[in-house]
Design a protein around this ligand. Structure first.
Ligand SMILES: Cc1cc2nc3c(=O)[nH]c(=O)nc-3n(C[C@H](O)[C@H](O)[C@H](O)COP(=O)(O)O)c2cc1C
Length: 168
């Protein structure tokens, strides 16, 4: 079994969630953790693709929202390419491939819209088999940190995903 976890993160909260998920996967399968700046790989060896990013303006980030985060919100860095661009470059999988998505969102105020749901829609249209519900993890303010217990919830979500994979 091979999992690929792709993430984007400005302050590091989504990265921390991606690492918690990858760490949990690594007890049962091979896992590669990559940032969305890299081009999508060939999918023949991947059994499970997990994509995660921050929610900006009710959906996946855009170049404009990432720049706004750095210019006006104090974000330390902005990736050149987020998961929106990564997914735009992704081809239809040649063999059946499962996929799941997550995002991070601010705790207050609770806003509608979710990068995870938008990413899931794109993956579903490409023909990936979605497993689990798109999952949101909450941060304080815009910069975080993650709320207490969110990393544990991420690890539990990862365990849940592995139970939805067929036996190998
Ligand atoms: C420009 C901008 C727009 C945002 N829009 C939303 C939003 O619509 N809904 C939400 O819950 N959080 C929103 N946030 C908060 C982000 O989700 C939060 O910064 C992110 O989860 C932090 O993750 P990171 O550390 O991986 O970048 C926004 C943040 C920025 C900078």
């Amino acid at each position: 079994m091979q999992a690929l976890v792709v993430y984007e993160s400005l302050w590091g909260n989504t990265e921390a969630v991606a690492r918690a998920i990858s760490h949990r996967f690594s007890s049962t399968m091979a896992v590669e953790l990559v940032v969305s700046d890299a081009a999508p790989p060939d999918f023949t060896d991947v059994d499970l693709l997990v994509v995660g990013g921050p929610t900006h303006a009710f959906s996946m980030t855009r170049a404009t929202t990432r720049q706004d985060a750095v210019a006006n919100q104090g974000a330390p860095r902005a990736p050149v390419r987020g998961i929106r661009e990564w997914l735009a470059d992704l081809d239809r999988p040649a063999t059946p491939t499962r996929a799941a998505t997550f995002d991070t969102r601010t705790d207050k105020p609770r806003l509608p819209g979710s990068a995870a749901r938008a990413a899931a829609k794109r993956l579903s249209r490409l023909g990936f088999d979605l497993i689990g519900e798109p999952m949101s993890f909450r941060v304080s303010g815009y910069g975080g940190p993650l709320l207490d217990g969110e990393l544990e919830r991420a690890a539990a979500w990862a365990t849940q995903l592995t139970t939805e994979l067929p036996p190998h």
